[in-house]
Unconditional design. Structure first.
Length: 182
């Protein structure tokens, strides 16, 4: 039950929310955050728990005025996004147009009594993008997660964990634009 493509008036009111892994060096997501007119960024850490991630993302979400939101999460930011989305109501989920999950870190997927991170399913267009031969995000594990989350698994032409500048990672930026327009 995916959302249809966005019309131009909706694109003008689109906000981007970047969920960044605080442990990562300056990288492509930082360039993206300054490249778009309506963009917000929140940093999360591996040392935080599910409840803290939910609180941080909810606080940032409440600051977004746009009716439509695209979300990009990297590294532990993927875990935080899943934790937050687990609590999101249908009104929140309707505002989310697409999600790109980049290089999740397998070791940062805590399990809790509710199995929060295992129970999330995306209702919008979602892509899980991994690098080739990423030790932190093995391809077989990523494929299983993509199926669980209803995300399309894409393997970038880049090797390893996608946490460097990657020259602004134009491939990922184009992917986001295609997802919004398809």
């Amino acid at each position: 039950n995916r959302k249809p493509f966005m019309e131009s008036r909706e694109l003008e009111d689109l906000a981007l929310l970047f969920i960044r892994d605080a442990a990562e060096p300056t990288m492509w997501i930082d360039r993206w955050a300054v490249s778009y007119p309506i963009a917000q960024q929140v940093e999360v850490s591996r040392t935080q728990n599910i409840e803290t991630w939910q609180q941080l993302l909810n606080e940032e979400w409440l600051n977004i005025q746009s009716k439509s939101v695209a979300m990009v999460a990297n590294g532990v930011g993927v875990s935080a996004l899943l934790a937050w989305l687990y609590l999101a109501d249908t009104d929140v989920q309707r505002r989310i147009q697409n999600v790109i999950l980049v290089a999740p870190v397998r070791s940062t997927f805590p399990d809790d009594d509710c199995h929060t991170l295992q129970r999330v399913r995306f209702q919008c267009k979602t892509a899980l993008v991994i690098g080739q031969n990423d030790a932190d995000c093995p391809a077989d594990w990523a494929a299983q997660q993509a199926d669980n989350w209803r995300a399309k698994l894409l393997v970038s032409q880049h090797d390893g964990h996608l946490n460097s500048s990657l020259h602004g990672w134009q491939w990922g930026m184009k992917l986001m634009q295609e997802m919004l327009l398809s």
